[in-house]
Design a protein around this ligand. Structure first.
Ligand code: URA
Length: 230
């Protein structure tokens, strides 16, 4: 790829900003400061910006423990977006699926468009575990109802796995990701969700990642997602 693309991919500025950096000699390619925007480079090239070596990888994968109060979007005019919490300058990252603004928990963010597409496709049935707190006692037959398809106005949910924790809290495991799905499923059994957190997305869990923090996936985690261990 061209050197200017390499630098913009890494979030070092717009095409014109990085061209300026190159012109000023602030970028060294293989020890040489006389690079041009079109100088060909690849992932293995040794490239320094202001003396600091850069690391390029085609794909980046982050697990964010999303806090409430952030929208799942790349940009928003008024609200805080999850991308602000990702420690990467890359501008081509996108969330995989979405969590509501008031939902916390595991959210995958990547620029691997193919994997993203695969993971949100209804064909792939990624298991998502949600922990929910409710405003009313769960009915005795909640598991029975949630364990069968439920007809909503716009879709019919697949049977979900339900595990009651207390009178007003439960886990729900679903394999789809329709708009407000978990809230709507609990509404269907007569309870409103007062707190919602996603504890697992396929093989990914937040572990000891604090709310609001993000980390890169390990190679093993990426391999599990790619192999379809969902
Ligand atoms: N279901 C919901 O209702 N909200 C979420 O954020 C995720 C699943």
């Amino acid at each position: 790829m061209r050197l200017d693309k390499y630098l913009t991919d890494l979030g070092k500025g717009s095409r014109s900003t990085v061209k300026e950096l190159i012109k000023k000699g602030r970028v060294r390619v293989e020890g040489v400061a006389k690079a041009k925007p079109e100088t060909p480079v690849d992932e293995t090239s040794v490239i320094l910006l202001d003396g600091e070596q850069l690391k390029y990888s085609t794909y980046e994968y982050y697990l964010l423990n999303k806090p409430a109060g952030y929208v799942t979007a790349r940009t928003d005019d008024r609200k805080k977006v999850v991308m602000e919490l990702i420690p990467s300058g890359r501008t081509d990252l996108s969330p995989v699926g979405r969590l509501d603004e008031d939902t916390e928990g595991v959210l995958l963010i990547t620029n691997d468009g193919e994997l993203n597409h695969r993971l949100v496709s209804p064909k792939h049935h990624v298991k998502k575990t949600y922990y929910a707190e409710l405003d009313a006692d769960l009915p005795e037959n909640a598991g029975e109802i949630l364990g069968q398809p439920i007809e909503f106005s716009d879709f019919t949910s697949l049977p979900a796995e339900y595990e009651k924790i207390t009178a007003r809290s439960a886990y729900l495991i679903i394999t789809e990701g329709k708009f407000h799905q978990v809230k709507r499923m609990f509404h269907h059994v007569g309870c409103e969700v007062t707190y919602l957190r996603r504890d697992a997305f396929g093989p990914l869990t937040a572990g000891d990642l604090a709310v609001g923090e993000a980390r890169e996936l390990t190679e093993e985690e990426v391999a599990l997602l790619k192999k379809g261990h969902l």
